[in-house]
Design a binder for this molecule. Sequence first.
Ligand SMILES: Cc1cc2nc3c(=O)[nH]c(=O)nc-3n(C[C@H](O)[C@H](O)[C@H](O)COP(=O)(O)O)c2cc1C
Length: 191
Amino acid sequence: MKTRLMTLLAALLCCMAASAQTDSVKESSTKKILIAYFSWGGNTQHVAEHIASLTGGTLFRIEPEKPYPTDYKTCTEVAKKEKEADAHPAIKNKVENWDEYDTVFIGCPVWWWTAPMIINTFTEIYSFKGKTVVPFCTYASTYRDETLARITELTPDANHLKGFGAVSKNTKGIAEWLKEIGMTMDNRKKE
Ligand SMILES: Cc1cc2nc3c(=O)[nH]c(=O)nc-3n(C[C@H](O)[C@H](O)[C@H](O)COP(=O)(O)O)c2cc1C
């Protein structure tokens, strides 16, 4: 009787160990998401944080080595000069464990009809081979599609999912978009 009980207990423990292992395999194959964004005035940051809350992704704010002027008009002038000079402004911070992410959201405001030049710098630093890129932007009134297309163009080695443009910090439609592209926490596909 005692031997039988011991055998039963051992079998039970084996089953539990196997199930725990399966769970950890499942966990590690869940897609890891990075939400990298540049934001001057806070709108894109607001949208990025909303995306993070729905996807469970990790936020990374792209910080310029030389901060942009805080005055709006002066900032537009600096941004215009950077665009005309095809400048690649340096980035101060670095994404840790880049290889762990298989999906990278890239977000920015529209600056002079396209993505700010610092997005060129960001996309040059990292390898996008084998990654899925999801572009997003915020804008006042125009050049949403051109900016999303620019982010796609800057990451030619990646696969791309449909992007999203938000007017200022309006988050309406973001949950539906994330659902459509399979990126919410509950409908994300596991490998
Ligand atoms: C330098 C500069 C250029 C801009 N150019 C455009 C533009 O071409 N089209 C547009 O709709 N909005 C333009 N905007 C407005 C921003 O895209 C919009 O306010 C955005 O939501 C700001 O995001 P942020 O708060 O994350 O910086 C521009 C703003 C700045 C500062």
